[in-house]
Design a protein around this ligand. Structure first.
Ligand code: HEM
Length: 229
């Protein structure tokens, strides 16, 4: 059946892909900023705690108190929800376009990252919920004092809690895989669609994702190994 209704541009497949791209960029910018902020842990307790307090004061006195932080949080939440909604709509549409399954499905496997986008996304979402309860609200943290983020981080990744570092590692690697494929798809759409252009997009996406993962993982491993205490 050919659907000829006038859909809103956002709900067209190109519109949905644009939503994926724009919200993806917002999330990547957050990931880079958050990673750089976390590295302040190497500058010591005073510097890290000062940075965390400063985050709560950006925009003052023009905006009262933690308003700016809440604007950022709202932007992040809207991006996450729109990213997931657009991904789900695109996946449904792809399935609806082929209502009858292939009798002999050809093994078009794609890269490991491409095949794990959906479940990788679910793991990341579960991780973020755990992470907020751990390091933002403090509910699941041994120290759990939102005004002492350095102490929270050090307590979190203590050697006796090696399983927390393991869980963070799995989550950060999932973020890396997710990012590698998302970035590669975006760069391929925007760039030269030649074998050379595709190779370059693949390489840029891989290097960026590895750098981001490394930037995140040095923090828990520095605590685990006693480099930061
Ligand atoms: C080893 C890696 C990570 C460490 C050490 C870490 C550390 C922290 C800390 C200390 C906070 C609390 C900041 C504060 O209250 O001042 C925080 C908040 C947060 N982190 Fe992470 N983080 C890590 C990885 C990630 C990843 C991979 C994501 C996303 C996929 C993420 C998303 C968030 C979010 C959304 C917040 C809440 C920001 C807010 O609204 O205040 N973090 N993180």
């Amino acid at each position: 059946m050919v659907v000829t209704s006038t859909r809103s541009p956002v709900r067209s497949s190109v519109g949905l892909k644009a939503v994926m791209a724009v919200t993806g960029i917002v999330l990547v910018l957050f990931l880079v900023a958050h990673m750089l902020g976390n590295l302040k842990v190497f500058a010591g307790q005073t510097s890290f705690d000062h940075y965390a307090h400063w985050l709560r004061e950006i925009g003052t006195p023009v905006l009262p108190g933690v308003w700016f932080l809440w604007i950022l949080r709202t932007g992040l939440l809207v991006s996450v929800v729109a990213h997931i909604a657009a991904a789900t709509a695109l996946a449904r549409r792809a399935r609806a376009a082929r209502p009858v399954r292939y009798a002999h499905r050809k093994k078009v496997r794609g890269s490991y990252a491409a095949r794990t986008m959906r479940w990788g996304g679910v793991i990341i979402l579960l991780f973020v919920i755990y992470h907020l309860l751990d390091l933002t609200a403090g509910t699941l943290n041994p120290v759990g004092d939102p005004s002492r983020p350095y102490a929270n981080v050090v307590a979190d990744f203590a050697p006796s809690r090696w399983y927390v570092t393991l869980f963070y590692t799995l989550a950060v690697v999932s973020v890396g895989f997710h990012l590698r494929h998302g970035l590669f798809s975006a760069l391929r759409s925007l760039g030269q669609q030649t074998p050379h252009g595709e190779r370059r997009a693949r390489m840029v996406a891989l290097l960026f994702s590895v750098a981001l993962c490394a930037g995140y993982l040095v923090v828990p491993f520095a605590v685990l190994t006693g480099l930061v205490d």
